[in-house]
Structures are given as C-alpha cells and as structure tokens.
Write a protein that binds this ligand. Structure first.
Ligand SMILES: Nc1ncnc2c1ncn2[C@@H]1O[C@H](COP(=O)(O)OP(=O)(O)OP(=O)(O)O)[C@@H](O)[C@H]1O
Ligand SMILES: O=P(O)(O)OC[C@H]1O[C@H](OP(=O)(O)OP(=O)(O)O)[C@H](O)[C@@H]1O
Length: 304
C-alpha cells in the first residue's frame, strides 16, 4: 500500500473543488469551521491536523460521482453538476451553502433570426452541460414532433461556451449565468432557464460509513454556524418597556429577542439577531420608535 493510501486509511474523506468559482469560498468555510490542514504543493490529498479527516481536492464536476459512488464520504459542489452527472439519487444534500448561485440558461444572439425556444429547436446548441441540455431539448423536440435529422443537435465544449455562436459553432448555447455580464459582452440574451443552482454539502445517499455519522454532524453544524455568522449580526438597544411590541415587530430575531432589565426606570435592554443586509434599515426603524444606544456587533462564530 502506498504511503498516501496508508495515511488516509480510516479517515473521513471530504472532497473540495480544487479550483474555479467554488474553491476560495470552500477554503473560507473550512477555516471558519476550524478544519486545519497544510496543503503541500501539487498534492491533491491532505490530512487534517485536528480531526480524523483527509481533504481531497477534485474538479467540482467530478465530486458528485466520487461522493455518489462512495469513494469519498462528503463533498462540496454545485447542484448543477450533481444533476449533470446524474448523481441526484446517489447523493444526499445535507446543507445549502448560499454561494455559487447561478442559473443554467439557454442563450441566443441579440441580433439574430432565432429568438424563441421553438425557433432554436432542430438547430445546433453548444454546451458544457450536454446531459441537461440534451434532456431539455429532447422534451422540446418531442413537443414539436421532431424526429431523426430534424431533432436539435447538442455539441459539447469544455469552456468559453459564450464564444460558440460568434464563431459559427452554434445557433444557441446552454451555459451558467450569474450577473449576466459574460453573456451581455458576448451579445447574447436568455430565452429560457433550465435550473437554478448553488453550492451544497453532500454525502452519499446510501453508502455513508456509520462510523463517520458523529463527525459529519459536527462538520455540518460548524459549517451552518459559519454561514449564520456571515449572515447575521447581533443588535443591541435600549427601549421603554411599553414600546416592546413595536420593537419585536422590527426585530423578531431568529427565535425571539432577549429582554433584560436595566437600572433605568421603565427601560429594558434588547439583544437580538438581525440579518446584516437589513441592519441599517432596522436601526433607522428602531430610532423612529424611540430606541436608544443602538449598535450591532459582528458574530465571530456561532452554532444555530
Ligand atoms: N458565474 C458563476 N457564478 C456563480 N457560480 C458559478 C458561476 N459559474 C459557475 N458557478 C458554479 O461553480 C461551479 C464550478 O464552476 P467553474 O466554472 O468554476 O468550474 P471549473 O470547471 O472547476 O473551473 P474552471 O472554469 O476554472 O475550469 C459550477 O458548477 C457552478 O455550480
Ligand atoms: O453571468 P456572469 O457573472 O458573467 O458569469 C457567467 C460565466 O461564469 C462561468 O464561466 P467561468 O468564468 O467560470 O469560466 P468558463 O467559461 O471557463 O467556465 C459561466 O460559464 C459564464 O461564462
């Protein structure tokens, strides 16, 4: 047995995208969850120093198969590539991670004769998502009654899909879109959305080793804590007790606000979680109902 195979034996294997859009966010999650490791240059497997885990750095698109077929125990990847690799039933989504959000769309040139799905059916479509594009257009072709040569031709390219129409390779494309900037720059616009996707933590649906169940629970809870501490801030303020019903309307909290008595006649202190994106508005509304000494504090870490 090789040195590496010996070193990872008995450890929970956790697959992380080795590059691309999801890589940096995954490293932030691992760091926030205090999963410590040192990655040696060029080595795609590394041992976690403070848990019985080995990290395996793989292309995002290969992770569903490794997890689904039981070669690794846990993984982070996009919902889009899980569906594309037809591993939906062999994998189980443990946690949605709120990043890597994008849509898989059909795009056509702005100034061209084809502006609808029905007009594109039967023509040439290029995509990195051959399976999903194939399924989508097979249903369209069936609806249109297209058979044999008349059916839509789907061709695979590995990247820079947006260039395919301008290069004369395709009449339309199926590709991922987030801000829409790439497609706008290439003179393309959407005519249909196949699916929406985000990054998820997955395990195998059938093959998880029961010995790892407690460790998977711990990792999941830590990652959920990192996500919550990125999303929420702790808001604290003083307010007259009689104004509490109005204050609870503005700051209901995740479960309920904490109310403490303070040494000032008729006043209470409230501490409550607020979504960071709403924090400025929430503080304005609290001022408007007479709250004072209002501040928010960043959450360093939490368990939810
Ligand atoms: N523009 C985007 N915005 C948000 N998430 C995206 C975007 N593009 C891709 N993703 C998500 O990230 C995953 C990996 O995509 P990415 O293009 O980074 O793959 P890659 O093939 O590993 O990297 P590279 O393109 O560098 O070869 C996708 O499957 C999708 O879930
Ligand atoms: O809507 P936007 O925010 O512009 O993002 C969309 C782009 O992001 C992805 O590609 P990526 O940059 O990962 O490179 P790729 O073409 O090599 O896959 C996708 O394939 C689009 O090209």
């Amino acid at each position: 047995m090789s040195f590496l195979a010996e070193a990872i034996k008995g450890r929970l294997l956790f697959a992380i995208p080795k590059k691309g859009r999801l890589h940096d966010k995954c490293l932030e999650l691992l760091s926030g969850a205090d999963i410590q490791f040192t990655r040696m240059q060029r080595l795609d497997v590394c041992l976690v120093t403070n848990h019985n885990i080995a990290l395996v750095f793989l292309p995002a698109s290969d992770i569903p198969r490794f997890v689904g077929e039981g070669n690794v125990d846990l993984g982070i990847t996009g919902q889009d590539v899980i569906l594309e690799s037809q591993m939906g039933t062999l994998t189980k989504e443990i946690l949605q991670l709120g990043f890597g959000k994008c849509s898989l769309q059909v795009q056509v040139p702005d100034s061209g004769p084809i502006q609808t799905i029905e007009e594109l059916a039967g023509k040439k479509v290029v995509s990195s998502f051959e399976v999903l594009a194939g399924e989508y257009f097979a249903a369209v072709d069936d609806k249109m009654g297209f058979v044999g040569e008349k059916r839509t031709k789907i061709e695979y390219v590995g990247g820079s899909v947006e260039a395919a129409c301008a290069l004369g390779l395709a009449d339309g494309i199926v590709d991922l879109v987030e801000s829409g900037e790439t497609m706008r720059a290439a003179g393309l616009h959407p005519i249909a959305t196949l699916l929406k996707s985000e990054a998820v933590l997955i395990s195998g649906s059938t093959s998880t080793n029961p010995q790892f169940t407690p460790l998977i629970k711990t990792i999941t809870s830590r990652i959920a804590g990192v996500l919550a501490s990125n999303r929420y801030a702790l808001c604290s303020y003083n307010i007259l007790r009689e104004k509490l019903p109005a204050a609870f309307e503005i700051t209901p909290g995740r479960r309920a606000p904490t109310v403490s008595t303070i040494d000032a006649e008729g006043w209470v202190a409230v501490s409550v979680m607020v979504e960071k994106k709403d924090a400025a508005n929430v503080m304005d509304q609290l001022v408007a109902i007479g709250a004072e000494d209002i501040f928010t504090v960043k959450l360093e870490n939490c368990r939810v």
